[in-house]
Design a protein around this ligand. Structure first.
Ligand SMILES: Cc1ncc(COP(=O)(O)O)c(C=O)c1O
Length: 461
């Protein structure tokens, strides 16, 4: 039973064994009632200490997935009736990737940093500190615009991006998702039409659909939206708004070139179109480049800490003019009584003590190095790359193998899960480009997959 333990990962080895065994059980690799291989065998095959394997098995016994029988080792337990389906557990990954259950496959197009990349020490410390010393943080509602201490810290970070605003122009949200939701609910109406980028962020498409807003797709180029196409759409349809990822666009990883940014602002200003800049990957960017919100006060800017610190804390924010922020805050209070003060307090502490800044520095460094390796792997396998991204999480690429079904078969063979071909199109149009998460691309399964797609190409003489 091969468990694929990663000794470089930050996830403790025992937890990795628990995850791998649980995954095998969920996938029915060992049926209910059957015996697991002996502890000694699992340890020998995977070069593990036997005590780690025992500890992992005992945790699975406590979770009801294994039974310990004297003299018979560990037996896979029958699932309890009404137990939570693992679809529930992976809903978010699957919602974005759009695939069926897939707990132990490598999601090559995963939308965040994998768990093995996350760092919990400073976060756990801040959580303990808030629990011990900040009773308001533990028990009270937050204020409509969000915790002042946090907003002050975010404003300092925004200043470094040349986004200079005061405290009345920023409001915290439960992740960027709540920010986008409030913007759509408050500023758009059923029947409005807006421009979205294609390919683009699928959950935004669903949100707009949910609110009866129709979408016009502007093609994304490696330097931003296709300006000629954008101009034609604005002139012909007079949409209400443009939703755009300026840096490290999801899914292509591309960023706005300065001249494209200027043209976007000029065109939208001329046509009176709202610009919503969704910059959730901002902190994974280390190079130069101006945000639209730094160039024009009209832009509504959405940020988040999901991609760096934790997707679970659910802290994000919106920057807009004072009147828009006041309207959004009203809807936020009516619909949710505000954001989580506890999570806001934890984040404020990590921003104030410098731990967050150091965390993102480490993440950028590691991503930069893995991005170089990933680009090399893709080049060696002769994949076509859509503009080489200089930062962020994603590379957008496609194999040159003529039959895409074969690419998917190869992926499955190596335990790699690809995104469905229609995921990133608002109109559901299929294409053969893949979002590749840099943090997953150097995994041995991904390397083997890329190599196989190279080997499968017809050989030149
Ligand atoms: C472009 C984009 N916007 C918004 C979000 C949602 O972020 P959050 O977790 O902060 O709600 C994501 C998450 O994947 C994203 O990729």
């Amino acid at each position: 039973m091969e468990l694929r333990i990663d000794r470089q990962a930050l996830v403790p080895v025992v937890q990795q064994i628990v995850d791998a065994l649980a995954c095998g059980i969920r996938r029915n690799e060992v049926a209910p009632g059957a015996r697991l291989p002996s502890v000694r065998k699992i340890a020998r095959v995977n070069l593990l200490n036997q005590s780690c394997v025992v500890e992992a098995c005992e945790r699975l016994v406590a979770q009801g997935m294994l039974e310990s029988r004297h003299g018979a080792g560990y037996i896979v337990a029958a699932p309890a009736p009404g137990a939570m389906g693992h679809q529930d557990a992976v809903w978010f990954e699957d919602a974005e990737i759009g695939q069926g259950p897939s707990l132990c496959e490598l999601q090559l197009g995963f939308g965040s940093l994998p768990e093995s990349w996350r760092e919990s020490d400073d976060l756990a410390y801040a959580i303990r500190e808030i629990s011990r010393t900040d009773m308001a943080g533990l028990f009270n509602y937050s204020s409509p615009l969000g915790l002042p201490a946090l907003r002050q810290q975010i404003l300092k970070c925004l200043k470094q991006l040349d986004i200079n605003v005061d405290g009345s122009r920023i409001m915290t949200t439960a992740g960027a998702s709540q920010g986008l939701d409030l913007i759509v609910r408050t500023l758009l109406r059923v029947g409005d039409c807006v421009v979205v980028e294609s390919p683009g962020y699928p959950v935004l498409f669903d949100l707009l659909r949910l609110h009866g807003v129709s979408m016009l797709e502007v093609p994304r180029t490696p330097s931003g939206p296709d300006i000629a196409a954008l101009e034609a759409l604005l002139l012909r349809y007079q949409p209400r708004a443009l939703f755009i990822n300026s840096f490290h666009h999801n899914p292509t990883g591309s960023s706005l070139a300065p001249e494209v940014a200027q043209r976007v602002l000029q065109l939208t200003k001329e046509q009176g179109v709202l610009v919503i800049e969704d910059d959730v990957y901002a902190d994974l960017h280390s190079g130069p480049g101006k945000r639209l919100a730094a160039l024009d006060d009209r832009v509504i800017y959405v940020g988040s800490y999901s991609k760096t610190l934790s997707s679970s804390l659910r802290v994000g924010f919106v920057v807009a003019c004072t009147e828009v922020i006041a309207r959004l805050a009203e809807v936020k209070m009516i619909s949710s009584m505000g954001a989580s003060r506890f999570c806001e307090s934890v984040l404020a502490r990590l921003l104030a003590n410098g731990a967050y800044r150091k965390l993102v520095q480490r993440q950028r460094q590691r991503l930069n190095s893995d991005r170089q390796t990933a680009l090399q792997l893709l080049e060696d396998a002769d994949w076509e790359v859509f503009g080489k991204p200089a930062g962020g999480l994603f590379i957008w690429a496609r194999s040159r193998m003529p039959d895409y079904a074969q690419v998917r078969t190869q992926a499955r063979r190596f335990g790699v899960l690809l995104s469905p071909t229609t995921t990133f199109s608002a109109a559901g149009v299929a294409n053969d480009w893949q979002r590749i998460n840099v943090a997953c691309a150097c995994d041995p399964r991904a390397r083997a997959f890329f190599q196989a797609t190279a080997a499968d190409r017809p050989q030149a003489f």
